[in-house]
Ligand binder design. Structure first.
Ligand SMILES: [Zn+2]
Length: 159
């Protein structure tokens, strides 16, 4: 897969956040569906196959929401709560693995590297936030300003 653009990386991180808010009952199903559709439509560097699969999982949630609203949920084939849970897990796994794949490869569009502050801490040169990290991936993301940075401890890739 190609590298994610900076704005897509932020959008996918936001998708992950919206899903965790929903799981913490801080976002209702309707808002989750609307937010995810908005974020999905803004993605520019993500493969279409990924977007289609993501959209179909959102569609199931949208259908369940509408059926709850209009009272037809009692006629839902199968267990709607289970289907809801499955779709949310799928959306979550898809966004998490997109970020994981991104972090594995050096992103040539990024110039800045994180700074090694100690044996277990690294620091962001943009916002000076430091965090504990044991990652050996090519890239890291600053938990405070969400910038993608090269990892000073990345395992050297052998070509
Ligand atoms: Zn930062």
């Amino acid at each position: 897969m190609n590298t994610l653009s900076r704005s897509d990386l932020k959008q996918v991180r936001l998708i992950e956040k919206k899903i965790s808010l929903y799981e913490l009952n801080k976002l209702d199903l309707y808002d989750l569906v609307c937010d995810l559709i908005g974020l999905l439509n803004a993605l520019e560097s993500v493969p279409n196959a990924w977007k289609d699969e993501f959209r179909s999982a959102i569609n199931i949630l949208e259908l369940i929401h509408d059926s709850i609203e209009d009272g037809s949920i009692s006629r839902w084939k199968g267990n709607f709560k289970e289907d809801m849970h499955k779709s949310v897990s799928k959306l979550k796994n898809m966004s998490t693995s997109l970020i994981k794949e991104y972090l594995k490869r050096t992103d040539p569009n990024i110039i800045e590297s994180a700074i090694e502050a100690s044996s277990s801490w690294i620091m962001c040169p943009k916002c000076n936030d430091a965090w504990e990290s044991s990652s050996r991936h090519a890239m890291v993301i600053c938990p405070k300003c969400e910038s993608a940075l090269h990892n000073p401890r990345a395992t050297k890739q052998i070509f």
